[in-house]
Design a protein around this ligand. Structure first.
Ligand code: AMP
Ligand code: TRP
Length: 332
């Protein structure tokens, strides 16, 4: 039986992934590669939708690749590549733009939020057409499933609409993909402000646990995580968001259930609990960071892995482009 295909992408927009990126996205990527034909893409073209610095973009693309490999994406099991290495993304992106209504694109809430924040003068047209490029990323590979966070649901809906529209007008060309969207439990909150999600764009960074940070820095951050009133280690999102978030993190990394952890820490204070969480996080991330740093030392080897991935991706993408062009009536 042929394996179902999975595709996802992540933007190279920070010096490190944080625990939310890992537990909310990349951990599922690693699991899905076992039973699926997985394509994972570092979406550097998407990163250009906001002001970028060339030195940083290059560095962040490589550090993203190193982290994905260190976190368990295997080049034997998955096709790991950089979006700009496969020009078919731009080719199909344009076609998707020509298929999308202006009003339809204007309804994308992520665009509305981001453009409202920065104002029309600094908002790039690329930010507006970003979801069409994302549709192209997905449709090129005829993906069955797209593992993403809840915030991407609307973009997946648009992708499905565009694929159906194209198929109806021009003949069967694209598989209609399904979002593989995680349950609420996979949302990780800021450890200083446990009612907002852990995010690189929030606050000072003291609430962010980053994979590439030193073990000492992460241990210190967790030990000074915000806790709640009371003294019991109990999962209660409404009354105890800080403790609940730390329980979610501990449980996801140690494999112990939340109720086991509640029992283990019964009668112990928040201090003991935070020390235990710090230890679990630090020991989990230590070898991952070390492996990522080791991969970054041999840039050529890392880029070779990405080029190999791009080669495989190009072969699949070329088939879709040729069908798309043919069905559109382009002379081949
Ligand atoms: P971003 O860095 O926001 O582009 O997110 C990359 C991936 O990580 C997306 O699939 C997000 O849904 C996921 N993600 C980001 N922040 C969190 C979080 N705090 N909790 C769970 N998943 C997250
Ligand atoms: N827009 C996604 C995000 O911000 C990243 C992305 C780009 C993506 N292309 C994709 C995700 C294709 C899944 C499939 O998280």
């Amino acid at each position: 039986m042929t394996r179902k295909r999975v595709l996802s992408g992540i933007q190279p927009t920070s010096d490190s992934f944080h625990l939310g990126n890992y537990l909310g996205a990349v951990k599922q990527w690693v699991e899905l590669q076992e039973e699926h034909d997985a394509f994972y893409c570092i979406v550097d073209l998407h990163a250009l939708t906001v002001e970028t610095d060339p030195t940083l973009l290059r560095k962040r693309t490589l550090v993203s690749a190193a982290q994905l490999l260190a976190l368990g994406i295997s080049p034997e099991k998955s096709t790991l590549f950089v979006q700009s290495h496969v020009p078919a993304h731009n080719q199909l992106g344009w076609i998707m733009e020509c298929l999308t209504g202006f009003g339809e694109a204007s309804r994308m809430t992520q665009f509305k939020d981001k453009s409202q924040k920065s104002g029309t003068d600094t908002t790039r047209v690329g930010l507006f057409t970003y979801p069409m490029l994302m549709s192209a990323d997905i449709l090129l590979y005829q993906a069955h499933y797209v593992p993403v966070g809840e915030d991407q649901r609307q973009h997946i809906e648009l992708t499905r609409d565009l694929a159906e529209r194209f198929n109806t007008k021009y003949g069967q060309t694209f598989r209609i993909p399904e979002g593989y969207i995680l349950k609420e439990g996979a949302k990780i909150y800021d450890i200083q402000e446990p009612t907002s999600k852990m995010s690189k764009s929030s606050g000072s960074g003291s609430g962010l646990i980053e994979i590439m940070d030193t073990p000492e820095a992460n241990a210190k951050k967790i030990k000074s995580a915000v806790t709640d009133t009371g003294r019991e280690v109990k999962f209660d999102l409404a009354q105890k968001p800080g403790i609940s978030n730390l329980l979610t993190i501990h449980s996801a990394l140690s494999g112990k259930s939340v109720s086991e952890l509640e029992a283990e820490f019964e009668g112990k204070g928040y201090g003991d609990f935070k020390s235990a969480v710090a230890e679990v996080v630090v020991e989990y991330l230590r070898p991952i960071r070390a492996r990522a740093l080791e991969l970054l030392e041999d840039e050529k080897h890392l880029i070779d892995i990405l080029h190999d991935g791009a080669q495989k991706a190009k072969e699949v993408a070329a088939l879709t482009i040729s069908d798309t062009y043919k069905n559109l009536g382009m002379v081949l």
